[in-house]
Design a protein around this ligand. Structure first.
Ligand code: XMP
Length: 333
């Protein structure tokens, strides 16, 4: 007799037994519903031996890191360590255009940072009642992440190397011996949302659109530079804000503004002015494996375009991506 509240209790007990009485757990938290629900389960299971860490990879959305820290503290009593590694990521992304290379670099650097943080946590806990090895790494991996990255085995058939799946866990296991906990591995998004409600996660957070681990980097077609991140971030902020104001946020499963680094020719006064192309994306889906573009009104889209072109320096043109998944994907890369 499977129910969400049974799942919740059983999972907390399972985690508690799995981790045992001494080991510590480090968890990757991004502020999305998956990692937040996973963190809340760990917190319930082992309390202060769980350490939530958010890595600022320089390709998060506007004001995101501080907001996530505040929300987790206020609503869930989880104290989040924010590691600012933005420079390290942006430096490492220099010159990279290939999407899979971006993903791999971000994923690997992310793991390096978690290994470094795990050592810091152990050092800090020495000679305290919490002393113990950090033996486990928590990720909020969902069932669709697992099937899209892993069951299409073989590098030529991997659709995308999801940042939180394929390859990375193995690297950690080989490296420092961190073992992986993925309590959501068998759930779909709507089930994680139900579980979140069960655990008292705030409704805004429960309904938050997903955001990929490699962030804005895979929403920029071409090389990632700080200026391009700024442009994509500002455009995204305007678009999402307008979706919220129009009362459409919860009708849409995921939305963002991406950037094509090819330049279009525009005109300002009587001057030729080149600028980047912004690609808006908004989809409806239940499982994120298939998706349809959201049918905005033309008026709405024209208003978004007007605001982005007027308010974001460096944009010449705004388009709306209407392609379904498949054959397109939700992210640009
Ligand atoms: P695609 O673009 O594959 O996206 O249609 C499907 C869903 O997965 C998210 N996504 C990711 N999430 N790490 C993540 O944590 C990743 O590397 C990654 N790539 C895509 C995407 O945002 C969408 O919700």
């Amino acid at each position: 007799n499977w129910s969400m509240s049974n799942f919740c209790d059983q999972e907390i007990t399972r985690i508690r037994n799995l981790v045992g009485p001494k080991a510590q757990v480090i968890g990757a938290v991004s502020g999305g519903v998956d990692s937040t629900v996973a963190a809340k389960l760990l917190k319930e299971a082992i309390g202060s031996r769980f350490h939530a860490v958010l890595v600022d990879n320089g390709v998060m959305r506007m004001n995101e890191c501080q907001q996530v820290k505040q929300t987790l503290a206020e609503h869930l009593g989880i104290s989040l360590t924010v590691v600012d590694a933005s420079q390290r990521f942006l430096d490492g992304l220099k010159g990279t255009e290939d999407p899979e290379k971006k993903r791999k670099f971000i994923g690997n650097t992310f793991i390096d940072i978690f290994e470094e943080e795990a050592l810091k946590i152990e050092k800090k806990a020495e000679n305290t009642p919490n002393a113990g090895k950090v033996e486990w790494f928590l990720q909020g991996t969902l069932y669709p992440d697992v099937i899209e990255s892993i069951s299409f085995k073989g590098p030529s058939q991997t659709i995308k190397t999801h940042h939180n799946v394929g390859g990375l866990p193995q690297r950690m296991i080989d490296g420092q011996g961190l073992k992986l906990i993925e309590p959501l591995r068998e759930l779909f998004k709507d089930e994680v949302r139900q579980l979140g409600r069960q655990l008292g996660v705030h409704e805004d957070l429960v309904m938050r659109h997903p955001f990929p681990g490699p962030g804005i980097a895979i929403r920029i077609i071409g090389e990632v530079t700080p200026d391009r991140v700024r442009i994509a971030r500002q455009a995204d902020h305007i678009f999402i804000g307008m979706i919220r104001e129009a009362g459409l946020y919860n009708e849409i499963s995921q939305a963002y503004a991406g950037l094509d680094t090819n330049k279009a020719v525009g005109v300002m006064g009587d001057q030729r002015q080149e600028g980047y192309i912004i690609i808006l994306r908004a989809v409806r889906t239940t499982d994120f494996m298939t998706a349809e573009a959201y049918p905005f009104s033309m008026d709405f889209l024209m208003n978004v375009s007007r605001r982005i072109v007027n308010e974001v320096d460096g944009v010449a043109l705004v388009t709306y991506n209407v392609t379904s998944k498949p054959p397109s994907t939700i992210e640009l890369q």
